[in-house]
Ligand binder design. Structure first.
Ligand SMILES: Nc1ncnc2c1ncn2[C@@H]1O[C@H](COP(=O)(O)OP(=O)(O)OP(=O)(O)O)[C@@H](O)[C@H]1O
Ligand SMILES: [Mg+2]
Length: 612
């Protein structure tokens, strides 16, 4: 040690001080000695001089060694303290060590003092280092606790020796209960079965990484990305395994939803392709059987032709159904009697649901009509009834009612006496892909589609549910009044409509229909031209009609970007099947385009804009 060591000496006898100085000269240490006699000087020196070591007489005339020790332990707890006394009984010596003195040396053995000083200084240095490393470990552990991942360290016998707050949160197990437990008793059978392989790889290669299914303390299954590293001791032997587990349950679920949506989209595309081809097959059969019917006079032949006709007709209806399912209805709205529809659905339920479900219905007489797409409303009611059926595996009552309300709506109620739903389920039922049913049993799209349809009809869907009692869904639809009907004029008043389509025929057809009906049309052949036109006519352009497949250079759908650059613009997407571009739009027109469809949709979207 090259640094100077500052020694504070509490000693009343001047001659003893001198002796000690002489004695310490033989030490290899560079020592600086300060001697004090009174309590006051001792206290000030502790505070201001900050000694590296204290040597004190045991009995002093004006002060005493024990009090000095107690004071030193308070003011500078880490500074070593040595008693140096002519007389110190064995008891007093032990007592002083208990109070925290490092050593005591008798004045008649002065040579021992040097080694005592050396040892006390070494001890102090070691303590200081220990404290530093303790503090470092504590700081690191605090940092590890900030991590949201679970950080777990276990010894080679799989006993947990470290468990951070992330692990507490993810697994719902407090640190105090986790420490000392075997890790193999915690994460469930599926995870544990992968442990031996993972451990072997970790021992062989120093690390392992993989996905696992873990079970938390509440029994919830979570998916984790787990990374293991081998920690060796100072001799290089395997000592502990550190694992960092990230909860990737939500990410995995999103991935699965994405794949499912993609699969549905391709099934949709496939189905509409098949439907189209089948239509082409059926059309000549139907036309030919019509023609044959007129030519034939033989009874048998006529019967056969009629059979062909009805079969082809049924085939074509199935194709239509398939198409409406894929496209979500052909969008044709008409004035309909919801009561009739409800009765029809109740009839299907009565015939096809298990016998232990009693279906009843009550339709108010003279129910007002609504303007709606019958196929879509049919789908809504079917969805609600099927959910009700699934909620009553042990049987129960399904009831459908329809009546008008004084507020000018028709309300259709579908109620069951099934399981009901807890509030955490109830919150999520309208989310796409939310289902509590087993994989393969439900897609979780029923209610989100239902909600979409009801909203697109300007209606409202509510739900009330009580666990163990049952559930009531209520659909409110605005009734179609004379007033509403006349205000929906399909004629333009010179509004600017931007038509974006890559196909020239589509641009021509839409442009022609709309111009003939009093709209100002601006066309664009691609998305950047469309954005340019929208920018030029922002403030004037009221409606954009775009192919749902059109995307900007940045990959966003044109329909979405258009809304951003011209706030408040009505957006209509033209689409053959589901697509992202269609989701952003106010309305969707299905291809092939029909003039009356187009005009009605433009009028509807214009009305939404005017009412907003
Ligand atoms: N009448 C009901 N009683 C109890 N729970 C219901 C009822 N209706 C819906 N639910 C709950 O809401 C969830 C979502 O319903 P939704 O119709 O959207 O999807 P799903 O029925 O699971 O699947 P599918 O896409 O085949 O309809 C259901 O899984 C179920 O937990
Ligand atoms: Mg459902």
């Amino acid at each position: 040690m090259t640094n100077e060591v500052r020694i504070l000496l509490l000693e009343d006898s001047k001659s003893d001080v001198e002796l000690l100085r002489l004695n310490l000269r033989s030490s290899a240490l560079k020592l600086k000695l300060k001697d004090v006699q009174s309590e006051a000087d001792f206290t000030t020196s502790l505070r201001e001089w900050q000694p590296d070591l204290i040597i004190s007489d045991y009995s002093l005339p004006a002060y005493d060694g024990r009090s000095a020790l107690t004071l030193a332990k308070v003011l500078c707890p880490d500074t070593p303290f040595i008693f140096y006394s002519g007389t110190i009984g064995e008891e007093a010596a032990i007592e002083s060590l208990k109070l925290g003195a490092n050593d005591y040396v008798l004045k008649d053995k002065p040579r021992r003092l040097i080694s005592a000083i050396q040892r006390a200084l070494d001890d102090a240095e070691q303590k200081r280092r220990q404290r530093q490393s303790d503090e470092k470990i504590k700081a690191q552990a605090n940092l590890l606790d900030l991590a949201t991942d679970a950080i777990v360290v276990r010894d080679m016998d799989d006993r947990i020796v470290f468990w951070n707050s992330g692990a507490e949160k993810i697994y719902g197990l407090p640190r105090s209960e986790a420490l000392g437990r075997k890790i193999t008793a915690l994460f469930g059978a599926s995870a544990v079965s992968t442990f031996p392989d993972a451990k072997e790889t970790t021992l062989r290669e120093g690390q392992w990484q993989g996905e696992m299914e873990h079970v938390t303390q509440t029994g919830r299954r979570i998916e984790v990305m787990s990374r293991w590293s081998l920690v060796r001791n100072e001799h290089g032997h395997p000592h502990q395994i550190l694992s960092i587990n990230s909860d990737i349950t939500d990410k995995k679920e999103l991935e699965r939803q994405f794949l499912r949506a993609q699969r549905l989209e391709s099934v949709g595309t496939l189905a509409s392709g098949i439907a189209h081809d089948l239509n082409n097959v059926l059309a000549p059969i139907m036309m030919a059987s019509d023609a044959l019917e007129g030519e034939q006079t033989k009874k048998d032949a006529l019967e056969m032709v009629s059979l062909i006709k009805t079969s082809a007709d049924r085939g074509s209806k199935i194709v239509k159904q398939l198409l409406t399912f894929v496209r979500g209805g052909d969008g044709t709205r008409s004035l309909i009697d919801v009561g009739f529809l409800a009765k029809e659905v109740a009839g299907v339920a009565q015939k096809t649901f298990p016998k232990n479900i009693a279906t009843s219905f009550e339709i108010e007489r003279g129910l007002q009509t609504v303007c709606a797409d019958p196929t879509q409303l049919h789908q809504v009611l079917m969805n609600l009834c099927i959910n009700a059926r699934d909620a009553m595996p042990a049987g129960g009552k399904l009831r459908i009612t329809a009546k008008s309300t004084p507020e000018g709506t028709v309300v259709v109620e579908v109620s069951d006496t099934g399981t009901g739903m807890p509030s955490d389920v109830l919150e999520k039922i309208f989310d796409p892909f939310f289902t509590t049913k087993e994989p393969g049993k439900g897609t979780g799209l029923g209610l989100s589609t239902t909600m979409g349809i009801v909203k697109s009809h300007g209606g409202k869907l509510t739900v009330e549910s009580q666990l163990g009692v049952g559930t009531v869904f209520r659909m409110f639809l605005p009734v179609e009044t004379q007033e509403r009907r006349t205000t929906l004029s399909t004629h333009g008043r010179g509004e600017v409509v931007v038509v974006a389509n890559e196909k020239i025929e589509a641009r021509k057809m839409i442009g022609q229909v709309l111009s003939e009906h009093g709209f100002e049309v601006r066309t664009a052949h691609d998305s950047s031209a469309a954005l340019g036109t929208l920018a030029r006519y922002s403030g004037v352009a009221k409606i954009l009609i775009a192919d749902a497949r059109m995307h900007t250079d940045s990959g966003q759908s044109l329909t979405k970007v258009a809304r951003e650059i011209v706030p408040g613009i009505g957006v209509i997407a033209i689409s053959t099947s589901f697509s992202a571009g269609a989701v952003e739009a106010d309305a969707v027109i299905q291809e092939p385009l029909a003039a009356n469809d187009l005009l009605r949709t433009v009028a509807e979207v214009r009305q939404i804009g005017e009412n907003a």
